[in-house]
Design a protein around this ligand. Structure first.
Ligand code: PEP
Ligand code: MN
Length: 334
């Protein structure tokens, strides 16, 4: 249920209403927008008489929210959430390009890639230190050393860093990481999500390989229910019967999610196609359909990459993609 408060209502009366709702055992989420204050009710609202509330002088309207996601729901929070990472913004019209290798492999590799993607306009650096690999015999990432190398690249380039967490016991290692990524394989690791809900760091939540948009939003809700509301959703392709591409990119998820939620939505054209030649057209399409950013894998020597070389762009290819994406963004903005 949401209660829309009339513009200019006395704060004291609004606070009285909030206190009364809380005494009924219902939690509230208050959103102060440019035009309206919205009180979102979370929990069992059976005891709240909607007609009675609607009759109050300060109340404009009362609406029932049928969706199971509340804090992530745009009806609770009509304005776009803007996530600000040390001055780099994402959401609400701020398009953010995140680029970097699938995995951090060496000091030389990450520093070279970081400086080149920055020159091309990337605002954040990605790189896996803990890698969720299908085979236990494949490269599993440099782990703590990988995070140290990302931090070195952050110091050199001043770019915020994004890296994936696999195990909540590693959280201490992420203290200076700017955005914690939850990968597709962990999208429904509810215990991990609950623990991340207690942190103050923005979370980049990737859609699971076989998950619906509703399930993605419910996973975001798990994190938000714990108090951490800085979440970036990421469409990274889903499993279908198609086998030419690694996954099937679901770009319709971008406008659909943006209607359902206020959270920023980015697209990962690398994992969703698995082929470097498809990264540019899908990046342009993602920018055209309203994505708030892109996360693209870039390697200084894709043929020798320890992970995901086939989908990685060279720095020169990334530069070309970034320039073309900017042209699309100009057109979209009108
Ligand atoms: C990644 O971004 O490095 C990754 C493993 O992606 P996903 O979880 O989408 O497969
Ligand atoms: Mn990868």
């Amino acid at each position: 249920m949401i209660i829309v408060i009339k513009q200019g209502s006395p704060e004291k009366q609004v606070n009285n209403l909030i206190s009364w709702i809380e005494t009924q055992g219902v939690r509230v989420h208050v959103s102060h927008g440019e035009y309206n204050t919205i009180i979102g009710l979370i929990g069992d609202t059976a005891k709240i008489d909607a007609d009675l509330v609607e009759g109050l002088e300060i109340v404009e309207t009362v609406k029932k929210i049928s969706e199971p996601f509340k804090k992530a729901n745009r009806k609770f929070h009509p304005e776009d959430t803007v996530i600000d990472v040390g001055g780099v913004k994402i959401g609400g019209g701020n398009f953010c390009m995140i680029a970097g290798p699938c995995s951090v492999e060496s000091e030389e590799q990450i520093l070279e890639i970081a400086s080149s993607v920055k020159r091309s306009g990337a605002l954040m650096l990605r790189g896996g230190a803990f890698k969720p690999r299908t085979s236990p015999y494949d490269f599993q990432g440099l782990k703590a050393e990988g995070i140290d190398l990302l931090l070195e690249a952050k110091r050199e380039t001043k770019m915020p860093i994004v890296t994936e967490i696999l195990n909540i016991n590693h959280l201490d290692l992420f203290e200076d990481v700017d955005i914690i990524q939850v990968g597709a394989r962990n999208m429904q690791n509810f215990e991990l999500l609950k623990e991340l809900g207690k942190t103050k760091k923005p979370i980049l939540l990737k859609r699971g390989l076989a998950n619906t948009m509703k399930e993605l939003l419910m996973s975001a809700e798990y994190i938000m229910a714990g108090g951490n509301e800085d979440i970036i959703l990421c469409e990274r392709g889903i499993r279908t019967f198609e086998t030419f591409t690694r996954n099937t990119i679901d770009l319709s998820a971008v406008p659909m999610l943006k209607e359902l939620t206020h959270l920023p939505v980015v697209v990962d054209p690398s994992h969703s196609t698995g082929m470097s030649k498809l990264v540019k057209p899908m990046s342009l399409a993602a920018a055209a359909c309203g994505a708030d950013g892109l996360m693209i894998e870039v390697h200084n020597n894709p043929a020798r990459a320890l992970c995901d070389g086939a989908q990685s762009l060279t720095p020169a290819q990334f530069d070309d993609v970034a320039k073309s994406v900017n042209k699309v963004l100009e057109v979209v903005k009108g």
